[in-house]
Design a protein around this ligand. Structure first.
Ligand code: GLC
Length: 519
């Protein structure tokens, strides 16, 4: 039994592929679409329901593809549209759904729209695609998420807004032409047969009228303070009609196409507004990813998640790792808070305990896989891959590193290419030539997939067993209740249907029992 076709997204286990680092078919050191196609069989045997691909569209790659210069073409680094179609057909043939990344808050500065806007000059309709302003100094105090001011000045004197890198100008979503252009982009990929989208930074798309100052940059930096009114660049109400339109477009296609918003909106009761029945199907539960791994924090988070999402009839998603945060096998091997987790760890920082981290991470994953809802896995976590925490500065590519002059090392450590077959001279099977756009740490050989396949007790086999059981017991569509008499300061126990899950946060042990009766 798999996720039923109807409402598949409510329970699906969705595996994130980071195309640069998944598998390299042409040996240039950069993962690509043919590489993904060739390895999809392994994902099928892992037992997932769907894949989500981080961006593979045309891009100067200033932010690893989250700076798109053509939304309707494949970057030559990753292949061609034809390669995409083959990958999609292969995935569908294996019964896997495919979500792709859509980046609507900003384009690359090499996108035709931006190039035209620069050429057309101040006051032109072309500039209305973005946020341009006059002035001798930056128009307001907004900061970039990657460090430094959120404004860059052109030689003609106008400033443009970028909440991320200066190569990623923010689009003006008040402009109907921008809205129409994206509706066409959605249709382009839906017509090709994708099952939906992971939408990047949707909570950044709306900007308060007049672009007023952030009320508290000193405390919030580029971000926001939970529980306080949203600053002028985050989760503005004006964006909801846009997502309702998108939802109607998705719903007009056969099958159930779904969208998951990377809506970093907290508390979860606010995030839930993004998954009302006519908006996103899902959002990433960042509260769960951010929670310290203690019984009280996780209990509070699980309760809050079911209450918030349940109030609008949406499932919760569960997520522990992705391409923006320290891998949970390393995060849990030390005292790393949320900020360190997203700023990255370098050779001069305190290092995680790999053994403890892996034990805790696998236990955390098992605890999570028993929960009803949908689960996101990040490529390599099924191998127990640690973060590359000793990457030397010369290899760093995340714009955060350069924009903060190395003060924040950035996210490269979780983006290192995967080890498939242990052989360090050919980057452990990632590419046939041994090339790899980021070097793997020496330890990666020992995590290679071939060393874990069919090996009882390996991280990979543990994931496979848990995923198989999740499917067999239909846990994603299941029910949830705490088993109070087993819960304590260090233990959480819950029941999902016939399954009893107990997790000891002190020893990092999880056990699953099926058909357990208690009194
Ligand atoms: C999202 C992506 C991240 C990217 C940022 C800007 O958070 O996950 O990788 O840098 O948006 O597009």
């Amino acid at each position: 039994m798999g996720a039923p076709e109807l409402d598949w997204w409510r329970s699906a286990v969705i595996y994130q592929i980071y195309p640069r680092s998944f598998a390299d078919a042409n040996g240039d050191g950069m993962g690509d679409l043919p590489g993904i196609t060739s390895r999809l069989g392994s994902l099928k045997t892992l037992g997932i329901d769907a894949i989500w691909l981080s961006p593979f569209m045309r891009s100067p790659q200033k932010d690893a593809g989250y700076d798109v210069s053509d939304y309707c073409d494949v970057d030559p680094l990753f292949g061609t549209l034809d390669d995409f179609d083959k990958m999609l057909a292969t995935a569908h043939g294996l019964g896997l759904k495919v979500l792709i990344d859509l980046v609507p808050n900003h384009t690359s500065d090499q996108h035709e729209w931006f190039k035209r806007a620069v050429a057309a000059g101040p006051g032109s309709p072309e500039r209305e695609f973005y946020h341009f302003r006059d002035g001798d100094v930056p128009p307001n105090n907004w900061q970039s998420m990657f460090g430094g001011p959120a404004w860059t000045q052109l030689p003609d004197g106008q400033w443009y807004c970028h909440l991320f890198d200066s190569s990623q100008p923010d689009l003006n979503w008040e402009n109907p032409a921008v809205q129409e252009a994206f509706e066409d982009i959605l249709r382009f990929w839906l017509d090709r047969g994708v099952d939906g989208f992971r939408v990047d930074q949707p909570h950044a798309m709306g900007k308060a009228e007049g672009l007023p100052d952030h009320p508290d940059v000193a405390r919030a930096g580029a971000g926001f303070i939970e529980g306080e009114p949203s600053p002028p660049m985050w989760f503005q109400d004006s964006v909801h009609p846009i997502f309702r339109k998108w939802r109607a477009i998705l719903d007009s296609y056969p099958g159930e196409r779904a969208m998951c918003g990377e809506a970093y909106v907290l508390p979860l009761s606010f995030m839930a507004l993004w998954v009302r029945p006519d908006e996103f199907h899902q959002t990433f539960n960042f509260r769960y990813l951010d929670s310290p791994w203690t019984a009280s924090d996780i209990r509070a988070c699980v309760d809050e998640s079911f209450a918030a999402f349940g109030s609008v009839g949406a499932p919760s998603t569960w997520v522990l790792s992705n391409h923006d945060v320290m891998r949970h096998a390393s995060r849990m091997g030390g005292d790393f808070g949320r900020t360190t987790a997203s700023d990255g760890v370098g050779p001069n920082d305190p290092q995680p305990d790999a053994e403890l981290g892996l034990k805790r991470a696998v236990a955390a994953t098992l605890f999570t896989l028993g929960l009803p809802g949908s689960m996101y896995l990040y490529q390599g976590e099924e191998l127990g891959l640690p973060e590359h925490t000793t990457l030397e500065p010369e290899f760093r590519q995340d714009p955060t590193f350069a924009r903060t002059k190395g003060a924040r090392v950035g996210r490269d450590g979780c983006r290192v290419p995967l080890p498939w077959e242990a052989n360090s001279s050919i980057s452990n099977g990632f590419s046939s030539t041994g090339k790899s756009w980021l070097p793997q740490p020496a330890s990666y050989a020992s995590y290679s997939r071939d060393l874990q396949e069919s090996v009882e007790g390996s991280t990979l086999e543990t994931y496979k067993r848990a995923l198989a059981m999740r499917k067999e017991l239909n846990l994603g569509h299941g029910t949830f209740e705490w088993v109070e008499y087993l819960c304590s300061e260090s233990v959480l126990a819950y029941r999902n249907g016939n399954l009893l899950v107990t997790h000891n946060f002190e020893t990092s042990e999880t056990s699953w029992e099926v058909g357990h009766q208690d009194t």
